[in-house]
Design a protein around this ligand. Structure first.
Ligand code: NDP
Length: 353
C-alpha cells in the first residue's frame, strides 16, 4: 500500500516515514522544495528505499494553496498529514493558524477530489488542542478541548503568548478537520483519525548539524538540560507537561493505519508526565552526568517540602493503549512486548550520552 506523508522531512514525520517503510508500506513524501527533497532522499536510512522504488519524494511548495495536494493524493491508499508550523516565533497568530488550518482543509479537499483509493487519513494533531493551563493538576482526556488558547488569541492577537498562538493553530486545525469530515462523510470512502501527542522528545532521525536543526521540542529538551540557566529554577520545578518518544509516535502513526475500526477517533498518544527538573535529575543520575552544571537544583528538595514533582498536565492514555497498544498502563496482557515506550532514564541516556 502507498501512503502519502506530508512535511516528511520534519522531526516527527521522518520517524513516521521510517516506521511505515519498515512495515512494508511504500511512501510518497512531500517536502517544500526540491533541495529539501534531495537531502531527505539521500540519507543512509532513506536512500535504499528510494533505490528500491519504495520511497518517492514530491514537492508541495505551498500547502495553503487550494489545489496544493491534488497531484500528491492520486493513487495513494492512506494519508498521514503532519505538515504544520511548530515554532514560537510567530508575531501574528495567523502565521501559524493559516498553514495549520488551510493545509489541513486542503489535504482533505484534495483527497475528496482525487483520492478515490484513499481508505484513511491520519492527522498529526497535538495535546495543544486538549490541554488548558489551570491552577490545579488535571488529567485530560479526548473529551477536552483547549478553548483557552483560542480565546486568548481572539482577545489579544499578536500580544497573545507564543504558546497560545501555536496551540490555537492546532485546535483550530483539528476542529476544522472534524467539521469538514462531518460535512463530507457521505461523499468519501475513507475515515479520519487524529493523533494527539504531547511534547515529543527523543533522537532525531533527520540530519542535525547543529542544535538549530533540532525541531522545536527536541531543541527545548536539549537547551533545558545542556544549557545551564536556560530555564529559571521556578520553571524547572513547576512547568509540567507530558512527553512521548518520537519513535513511539512514528510507530503510533503506522499502527493508526493498520488498525480497523478506529475511524472517527481522536487519540491522545503520550508516554508520561514530567517536570523539567525530573529530566535534570535523570540526566544527573547518568554516569558521567551529561549536565554541565545544575548542581543546586539536582540535589535537596527542589520540589518543595514534599520533594515530589507535581504534574499539572496529565493525560488519560487508556484509548491509545486500547486501540494502538502504545503508552503506559492498561496495555492488555501479551502485547507488552509491542510497547516500546522508553523510561525517562533510557530516553535521556540515548539522547544525551
Ligand atoms: P518540524 O518543524 O520538525 O516539522 C514540521 C514539518 O512541517 C516540516 O516538514 C516543515 O517543513 C513543515 N511545515 C512547517 N510549516 C509549514 C508551512 N507553513 N507550510 C508547509 N509546511 C510546513 O516539527 P515536528 O516534527 O515537531 O511537528 C510535526 C507535526 O507534529 C506538527 O503538526 C506539529 O504541530 C505536531 N506536533 C509536534 C509536537 C512536538 O513536540 N514536536 C507535539 C505535538 C504535535 P520545512 O522543513 O520545510 O519547514
Amino acid at each position: 500500500a502507498l501512503v502519502l506523508v506530508t512535511g516528511a522531512n520534519g522531526y516527527i514525520a521522518t520517524w513516521v516515514v521510517y516506521n511505515l517503510l519498515h512495515k512494508g508500506f511504500s511512501v510518497r513524501a512531500t517536502v517544500r522544495s526540491a533541495e529539501k527533497g534531495k537531502h531527505f532522499a539521500e540519507q543512509t536510512w532513506s536512500k535504499p528505499f528510494v533505490d528500491q522504488g519504495k520511497l518517492e519524494v514530491v514537492v508541495v511548495s505551498d500547502i495553503t494553496k487550494d489545489d496544493a495536494f491534488d497531484d500528491a493524493v492520486k493513487g495513494v491508499d492512506a494519508i498521514e498529514h503532519t505538515a504544520s508550523p511548530f515554532h514560537f516565533n510567530a508575531v501574528e497568530p495567523q502565521e501559524l493558524i493559516g498553514p495549520a488550518v488551510n493545509g489541513t482543509l486542503n489535504i482533505l479537499q484534495s483527497a475528496l477530489k482525487y483520492g478515490s483509493s484513499v481508505k484513511r487519513v491520519v492527522i498529526t494533531g497535538s495535546c495543544a488542542s486538549i490541554l488548558e493551563i489551570l491552577p490545579v493538576p488535571k488529567s485530560f482526556s479526548e473529551l477536552d478541548w483547549n478553548e483557552q488558547s483560542i480565546k486568548e488569541v481572539e482577545e489579544q492577537g499578536s500580544k497573545a503568548s507564543a504558546a497560545s498562538k501555536y496551540r490555537a493553530s492546532k485546535i483550530l486545525a483539528e476542529r476544522a478537520a472534524w467539521e469538514w469530515f462531518e460535512k463530507h462523510k457521505s461523499q468519501i470512502g475513507w475515515d479520519l483519525v487524529v493523533l494527539n501527542p504531547p511534547y515529543v522528545f527523543g533522537p532525531p532521525l533527520h540530519p542535525v548539524a547543529s542544535p538549530k536543526d533540532l525541531g522545536t521540542s527536541a531543541a527545548d529538551f536539549h537547551n533545558t538540560i545542556l544549557v545551564p540557566g536556560s530555564k529559571s529554577n521556578e520553571v524547572l520545578r513547576s512547568q509540567s507537561s507530558s512527553f512521548i518518544d518520537v519513535r513511539d509516535l512514528g510507530e503510533g502513526h503506522a499502527r493508526a493505519l493498520l488498525k480497523d475500526g478506529i475511524g472517527g477517533e481522536r487519540i491522545i498518544i503520550s508516554t508520561a508526565p514530567f517536570t523539567w527538573q525530573e529530566w535534570l535529575d535523570v540526566a544527573n543520575s547518568l554516569t558521567p552526568s551529561p549536565i554541565p552544571s545544575h548542581p543546586v537544583l539536582a540535589k535537596g528538595a527542589p520540589y518543595g517540602e514534599s520533594d515530589q514533582p507535581i504534574h499539572f498536565v496529565v493525560y488519560n492514555t487508556a484509548k491509545a493503549a486500547r486501540l494502538l497498544h502504545i503508552g503506559p498502563g492498561e496495555a492488555p496482557e501479551g502485547v507488552t512486548d509491542w510497547y516500546q515506550s522508553k523510561s525517562m532514564k533510557e530516553l535521556a541516556r540515548e539522547v544525551l550520552e
